[in-house]
Structures are given as structure tokens and as C-alpha cells.
Ligand binder design. Structure first.
Ligand SMILES: C[S@@+](CC[C@H](N)C(=O)[O-])C[C@H]1O[C@@H](n2cnc3c(N)ncnc32)[C@H](O)[C@@H]1O
Length: 219
């Protein structure tokens, strides 16, 4: 299967080598978020701070930056499960939050998840734009997590969409990432994301910050 054909999940995770993960925080979370996507990482950390709960599942973990910095609920020992298709990401994120003794599961977010339990929060930050297909295809991930949510769970995250205003530099980098299969978000829109969430969850909030769509949903 080729990158961008709507089914190949390999391409969206393959880039996360130890070398790339080593510069990810500085280039993506520092430079790109502020100057290209116009969504400073502080906004994403705020999303974690507001929505992360003690029994947390994070899918597409990268370097674990937000998990490391998030304000976990006081007085409760967090129980954290990390899911990623890429072993380097799992290694980097789990080492970073070793103090929380996370459980690691190597799995594809678009396939049924080998997980049980009732998670009180699920973070999907900057994962959807790595997944192949359009938002209705990617929304399979919401179907995959629904059976393992606690009744009062929050599902939250952010993803780069391509329907809003963006700078020339952002446009060029999006084209490059899509050509290489690092991102597959040519047709991703905030409206499609909102529709996919509303079809599955009772309470949904979706908003735009620069080129990024942020969301919070509850059953
Ligand atoms: C852009 S990074 C996001 C990292 C982190 N959540 C953040 O916000 O900084 C995307 C992560 O998703 C993972 N990933 C990509 N495709 C995946 C898939 N199909 N299933 C599970 N993880 C995937 C990558 O390996 C990588 O760790």
C-alpha cells in the first residue's frame, strides 16, 4: 500500500526514529506550533490540564511532553496507559514519565484496541493528522475507544486541519509532510471532525486555534 491511499498506517508513524524524537519537542512543539501552526504548545498543555483524569489512556504518544507536564488530579495516583504503533515513541514517552509507571501497548489506533477497562480520560493529541484517509475514516478511532470509556470520561486532543487560514510557510510544510506520508490531512476539516464526534458523543466542543482543531468530547 502506498502512503496516502487511505489505508496505510505505517507511513504516519515511520518517521518517529530516536533522532526525530530527539528534535521533536524543539521543532514541532516549540517552533512549528508557535510560528507555523499558530497554536502555541501552552494551549495544548492547557487542554491536558483541564481534561486529564487519573485513569488515562494516551494514543499516539510521541515524546510524552504533555503527559510529563500535565497537572494530574491532586491526591490520586495516575494510572496511565500509552498506546502507539511505534516502539521508539513508546520508549521515549514511557521513559519520560517513568515516575508514573505507565503501561505500554504497541498497537494501531485504527484497529480494535487490545485493551480492557474503563478509562476516565483519553488523549489523542496530534494523532489524527498522522492517520490515513479522511476524517470519516479516521473516526474509527472513536469507535475503538468508546467501549473502554468510563461513563464520565473525557476524550480530548488536537489535530492540524487544512480548511482554515494558514501562512505560506505552513502551506508548504503541510504539502511536504503529506507528500512524504508523515501527515495525511489534505481533506481534514474542522466541520468533519465536529460531525464525527457529534455522531458518537453526547457532549462535544471543537474549536480552532490557528491551523489546529482542538476538541473535547464526553459520552
Ligand atoms: C505527531 S506525534 C504526537 C505526539 C504527542 N501526542 C504530541 O502531541 O506531542 C504522533 C504519534 O502518533 C503515533 N502514531 C502514528 N500513527 C499511529 C497509528 N496508526 N496508531 C498508533 N499510533 C500512531 C506516532 O508513532 C507518534 O508517536
Amino acid at each position: 500500500m502506498v502512503a496516502g491511499d487511505g489505508t496505510d498506517t505505517e507511513a504516519g508513524q515511520a518517521v518517529y526514529s530516536p533522532l526525530v524524537l530527539g528534535v521533536y519537542d524543539a521543532f514541532v512543539l516549540g517552533f512549528s506550533n508557535r510560528f507555523l501552526w499558530r497554536c502555541p504548545s501552552a494551549k495544548l498543555l492547557e487542554l491536558y490540564d483541564r481534561n486529564v483524569r487519573a485513569h488515562h489512556l494516551d494514543i499516539g504518544v510521541g515524546t510524552g511532553y504533555f503527559l510529563d507536564r500535565a497537572s494530574w488530579p491532586a491526591g490520586q495516583q495516575p494510572r496511565v496507559t500509552l498506546v502507539d504503533l511505534n516502539a521508539n515513541s513508546l520508549h521515549a514517552a514511557s521513559a519520560r514519565i517513568a515516575r508514573l509507571s505507565p503501561r505500554c501497548v504497541q498497537a494501531d489506533a485504527l484497529k480494535p484496541l487490545p485493551l480492557e477497562g474503563s478509562f476516565s480520560s483519553v488523549g489523542l493529541n496530534y494523532l489524527l493528522h498522522c492517520l490515513p484517509g479522511s476524517i470519516p475514516d479516521k473516526a474509527v478511532i472513536f469507535d475503538n475507544i468508546k467501549p473502554i470509556l468510563a461513563p464520565d470520561a473525557r476524550v480530548f486532543g488536537a489535530t492540524i486541519v487544512t480548511d482554515g487560514p494558514r501562512t505560506f510557510a505552513a502551506e508548504r510544510l503541510l504539502a511536504l509532510y503529506n507528500a512524504k506520508g508523515i501527515m495525511s490531512n489534505r481533506t481534514d476539516t474542522l466541520a468533519d471532525l465536529a460531525a464525527a464526534l457529534k455522531a458518537r458523543f453526547g457532549t462535544v466542543k471543537v474549536w480552532r486555534e490557528g491551523t489546529v482543531a482542538l476538541f473535547v468530547a464526553a459520552v
